[in-house]
Design a protein around this ligand. Structure first.
Ligand code: SME
Length: 160
């Protein structure tokens, strides 16, 4: 069993530093990308409060396909360019959405979701996956969250 016991009162930067350290320890030397994504989804869920979904979509044959996650069952395939995940995959840019109801084409996998953060994972300049975080709280995510998940995505570039 792994018990990383994140402190609920940690400031965001330190919380993400500990998350990255745990992610590094869990995925270092493990070549199986699915196992690594599964553990990272579990870590995101443990370290970050106020989430209702945390996980991956993988780029497979030009579309996003559901990967390991924690949360309610979700849409399986998302075309590039559709929804928040598709926008992140198409632009290779982080999407920070304070109110999903105002995002054109947002895909509501869980009607409880109010805000969302999607960060692309790239390898050799190509998007290979996106990390998707959903929250039932409006404006749950800020620039610290974006920076923290981007650092995680960089770590995972060669591990998923
Ligand atoms: N809301 C996402 C779809 C994925 S679920 O949130 C898990 C989107 O608009 O791309």
């Amino acid at each position: 069993m792994y018990d990383f016991a994140p402190d609920p009162d940690l400031p965001a930067a330190e919380r993400y530093r500990q998350l990255a350290s745990a992610a590094d320890a869990l995925t270092s030397g493990e070549p199986d990308g699915v196992a690594n994504m599964a553990n990272i989804a579990a870590l995101l869920w443990e370290f970050l409060p106020q989430l209702n979904w945390a996980g991956f979509y993988r780029m497979i044959d030009g579309e996003l396909v559901l990967g390991p996650f924690v949360g309610r069952p979700a849409c399986i395939r998302i075309p590039v360019g559709k929804g928040v995940c598709g926008a992140a995959a198409q632009s290779a840019q982080t999407q920070l959405v304070a109110d999903v109801h105002t995002f054109p084409g947002h895909i509501a996998c869980d009607s409880a979701s109010r805000s969302e953060l999607v960060v692309p994972v790239t390898r050799d300049g190509a998007v290979i996956a996106v990390i998707d975080l959903d929250s039932p709280e409006p404006a749950r995510f800020d620039a610290d969250d974006a920076a923290g998940v981007e650092a995680l995505a960089a770590l995972l570039s060669t591990r998923i």
